[in-house]
Design a protein around this ligand. Sequence first.
Ligand code: NCD
Length: 319
Amino acid sequence: MLNNMTNIAELSQNSFKHRHLLGIDGLSRGDAYVIMELAKNYIVKNRQPDKKHAILKGRTLINLFFENSTRTRTSFELAGKRLGADVINMSVATSATKKGETLIDTAMTLNAMHPDFIAVRHPESGAVQLLAQKVNCSVINGGDGCHEHPTQALLDALTIYQRKGKIEGLTIAICGDILHSRVARSNIKLLNLLGAKVRIIAPPTLMPACPESLGAEVFFDMRKGLKDCDIIMMLRLQLERMTGNFIPSVREFFHFYGLDEEKLSYAKPDALIMHPGPINRGVEIDTRLADDLNRSVILDQVEMGVAVRQAVLELLANK
Ligand code: NCD
């Protein structure tokens, strides 16, 4: 529980010293709990008719998304607006990027307009870190290639914490396309930091090289990997990052690695099902399980996403 894991000093908002949020690397356990504790206040506020604060009045957030997004982009926008900031959504499809402008030139152009935050999603691993070196404002990584997606891991941790009352000691299985998943990488780091036992389950073709080095127990069989788990995180096949045939067919993938009632029965009876979205029904998860509100917390994750991004913006604004 929180009180056993962190002391009061660790939980002080003043102890959060970061200018950017580029990844889970560099965050302490205390930082993660400061974000989650602050986010809890926003969960309550976001359920009320008046959701507005003035904490970020006068500040500007630019959403710069070079990849498709529903949840992450919308929740950054809502988070900024609910805190009183002005929010600009850059549409990359209609931006000067399409005229050959480099990422660095785009970054320096936006920087000249004095934003306070830029939330960036980019298909190349490391691109967000590079951009952060060129601007004066805070940069938040909204997902870079197969590398990191820190706010997703934080909202996942908050979802677990809210539902289970703890993270330490839980057995958490992350299943599916581990190879291409920034969600898996950020989650493995954060859940380890918070004391969970992390497992990864994937076919050999979708498992990274030297998977043990990620800090998780490795399984190639769903039934063995799910045995006695508290949390099951399913992942989408990241087809947009695949350069060849990684699975024989979607049908075969579902047969061996899709979550259905039978495979789920190996986990603990109160195990929760998570998924960062977007879900592909019948590919990585049985459609009835995705909608089973007794087991699936997929929509809780979406709700936590707004609150976590509000907390991150507030903390970064104080730096
Ligand atoms: C994830 C992403 O973009 O990395 N989605 C998200 O942020 N909610 C996972 C995915 O696209 O499959």
